[in-house]
Ligand binder design. Structure first.
Ligand code: CP
Ligand code: NVA
Length: 308
């Protein structure tokens, strides 16, 4: 694996396989009460420029369970928030810490931090990517379905950070991806281009349509995310109009496979991108996804930070 985890695309299929296998091992070890402290004495700094429930708590608890500790660093309190260069922050934190997790706006900030840090940097969400969530999600799918290649993955909604990391994770593991996005809210063209190249190698199909019913046909997984992401709050009203019809609801479920898994990274807005009946219904695995953030990130932390 590389020094950092900034996007899914930079992982090889072997890296992903190792992370998923290790996630399963760590999950079982935790449930069996096995003490496992490969990060004893190590510290992870967690820089947050946006809100978080799952990412913050799962990284902090994960470090503790691996024998290390985590420091919550709000950008409001860091000198970075007052204009200290990202590069200087990276060089300084590298003198104290063994790893950095960062949630911020621009992907460029994460890249700059990683370039100047001597220690691993993990992307905990940017406007463009959310690799930790995508890893937990494909781990959840593998747990439920046994294998990934050949499954039909349908994403309905905004072509956002979540869509980008899921597209990359799915095509790399040979899953077929059907996206349904409103006009003007399609995924990043560069990420789609790269994903098409990966798909050609793995045999995955990748399609993009404006018709959720078409995309959902025979889907093994139906996935959605919020219509307005963090930082887009002022666009909410306009997005509610644009995304009408791009909802995972009881009717859309009928187009999918009878044992479809319904997924959402959370937080969810019931009545917008998904109905309460579906997210709280029998097909939903959203809290397994949330739990698996812990196990998948522990695998990443161990692979990047142990004995380094
Ligand atoms: N899914 C996710 O990243 O949740 P948080 O924003 O609560 O961390
Ligand atoms: N797309 C969402 C994901 C939240 C975990 C956001 O960026 O706000």
């Amino acid at each position: 694996m590389n020094k950092d985890l900034l996007t899914i695309n930079e992982l090889t299929a072997e890296d992903i396989g190792r992370i998923l296998d290790r996630s399963a091992w760590l999950k079982k070890a935790l449930k069996d009460g096995v003490t496992h402290h490969p990060l004893k004495g190590k510290s992870l700094g967690m820089i947050f420029e946006k809100s978080s429930t799952r990412t913050r708590v799962s990284f902090e608890v994960g470090m503790y369970q691996l024998g290390g500790q985590a420091l919550f660093l709000s950008s409001q309190d860091l000198q970075m928030g007052r204009g200290e260069p990202v590069a200087d922050t990276a060089r300084t934190l590298s003198r104290y810490l063994d790893g950095i997790m960062i949630r911020t706006f621009g992907q460029k900030i994460v890249e700059e931090l990683a370039r100047h840090a001597a220690i691993p940097v993990i992307n905990g969400l940017t406007d463009l990517h959310h690799p930790c969530q995508a890893l937990a999600d494909i781990f959840t799918i593998r747990e439920k379905r046994g294998a990934l290649a050949g499954l039909r993955f349908c994403y309905v909604g905004d072509g956002n950070n979540m869509a980008h990391s899921l597209i990359e994770a799915c095509v790399k593991t040979g899953m077929h991806v059907a996206l349904a996005c409103p006009a003007g809210y399609e995924p990043d063209a560069g990420i789609m281009r790269q994903a098409r190249q990966v798909a050609a190698e793995t045999g995955a199909e990748l399609t993009l349509t404006g018709d959720p019913n078409k995309a959902a046909r025979d889907a093994d997984i139906l996935y959605t995310d919020v219509w307005a992401s963090m930082g887009q709050e002022q666009e909410h009203a306009q997005r509610v109009k644009a995304f009408a019809g791009f909802q995972i609801n009881e009717k859309l479920l009928k187009a999918a496979s009878p044992d479809v898994l319904v997924m959402h990274c959370l937080p969810a807005h019931r009545g917008e991108e998904i109905t309460a009946g579906v997210i709280d219904g029998p097909h939903s695995v959203v809290f397994d996804q949330a739990e698996n953030r812990l196990h998948a990130q522990k695998a990443v932390l161990e692979l990047l930070m142990a004995s380094k």
